[in-house]
Design a protein around this ligand. Sequence first.
Ligand code: SAH
Length: 208
Amino acid sequence: MIEKEELIDYWIKSGIVKNKSIIKAFRDVSREDFISGELVGQAYGDYPLPIKCDQTISQPTTIVIMLEALELKKTDKVLEIGTGSGYNAALISKLAEFVYTTEFFEELADFAQENIEKAGIKNIEIIHTDGSMGYSKEAPYDKIIATAGCPSIPEPWIEQLKEGGIIVAPVGKWYGQRMLKIKKIKGKLKEENLGSFMFVPLRGKYGV
Ligand code: SAH
């Protein structure tokens, strides 16, 4: 069984995580609280695990790569697309001011709500909606993160991002995507490719 501290050691030694507050967030949030009974023993395996509705909780290393790229600040208002178990939102909640997280499946939105309440986290709002259209009600956001693969970056996300803001999202069809970090500078987009990853597909209006 892989232990939490082994993963942390690997991230520090390999340089994957530089921001110490990400390590602290990972220590503070228990991944085992966001997965179902029989998988709890695998909580710190460095791979995705199944949750409800044929979806997955992302691989820990993938999550920290995305969190590092988001350059989160304590004052940030963040939008997440793809709540799933609520685990990633819980990590972000420790690094930002508030997280709005959208989930397509009601059953998962409810599952995440329970998990977040159990974890005693207050600065997250879960919205059962099609997050491919963003969430205009609380826009604009400092940061936007998607944990489902998008065919291309949906226009509403760009509109709902603040000037100087960052989007991190896997882009590409089906299960092979490029992780893009996009910065909005003077209305223009500066794109960086963080490598290849595998995510479940984004659904909804701007989905696959
Ligand atoms: N971040 C999650 C993992 C998410 S897996 C965690 O930490 O557990 C991707 C999630 O995106 C799935 O739950 C899927 O239902 C959701 N999803 C897919 N398309 C979506 C859409 N258009 N709007 C909101 N959620 C979506």
